[in-house]
Ligand binder design. Structure first.
Ligand SMILES: *Cc1c(COP(=O)(O)O)cnc(C)c1O
Length: 230
């Protein structure tokens, strides 16, 4: 019995049901498997079950996994979804396909400058602090347009979308309001930036709501790999 295989099926079923319920096509929503703290063997199980997009939060842990899986799983698409300090941008620019947690010009500039010339531009999402909580990473919604305009011309990166980690709340009306605000911001930005196709929101507990609010990529950890105790 392969639990990760079964859990992946369940998550795909949830995505499909959520999409159908709001008359979207399930193929419009991609699944990012969030594998932080999980061993390489778990990622390999997910890979063997067909999963290709993986999200990691910690740079060193991620680089080790990327190295370990390089030869057996050459077509994994790696996303950094955790905070990025400027002293780690070079490693990230050299190893990842996506960085979803960009919220400052300096980080974007460094990633662009440090992206190797023989690789495709690094895909990035701007992380938006939709709940406007203090001490939370991400740009305020009102600052997104200005940062996007500044990074648009950077050659080593490609602005692909917006990402948010919503407030931990049981108030689904509040959550819906915040997710829909991000969706509206995304729609406005997409008119201006044709490469913008990724609205990254929704996790294990709220993926149905996120899909209903327009998510194109859900980031799911616990529901695939089980709870994290480390
Ligand atoms: C850990 C994490 C997730 C996955 O959360 P689960 O609740 O385990 O599905 C998604 N996004 C980000 C940014 C995370 O850090």
């Amino acid at each position: 019995m392969n639990t990760i295989l079964q859990q992946l099926h369940l998550v795909h079923d949830r995505i499909a049901a959520a999409a159908t319920a709001c008359e979207r096509h399930p193929d419009e929503i991609q699944l990012l498997a969030v594998s932080k703290t999980k061993p390489v063997a778990d990622l390999l199980s997910a890979y063997q079950a067909g999963q290709r997009q993986f999200g990691e939060n910690y740079v060193q842990e991620a680089i080790d996994k990327i190295q370990a899986l390089k030869s057996d799983c050459p077509d994994i698409c790696w996303h950094l979804i955790g905070p990025l300090q400027s002293n780690k941008t070079r490693q990230v620019a050299e190893a990842f396909d996506w960085v979803q947690s960009v919220d400052r010009l300096k980080i974007a500039e460094r990633l662009s400058a440090q992206r190797p010339g023989n690789m495709r531009p690094l895909n990035i999402c701007l992380q938006v602090n939709i709940s406007k909580e203090a001490n939370k990473s991400g740009l305020l919604p009102e600052d997104v347009a200005a940062l996007a305009a500044k990074i648009d011309s950077l050659p080593g990166i490609c602005l692909r979308g917006l990402m948010a980690i919503p407030e931990a709340t049981d108030d689904s009306d509040k959550l819906t309001t915040q997710l829909l605000e991000l969706r509206q911001l995304f729609d406005r930005m997409a008119e201006k930036y044709p490469d913008l196709d990724t609205l990254s929101m929704g996790m294990s507990n709220d993926l149905e709501l996120a899909v209903a609010c327009g998510s194109t990529l859900v980031r799911v950890g616990t529901a695939i790999f089980g709870s994290r105790n480390s």
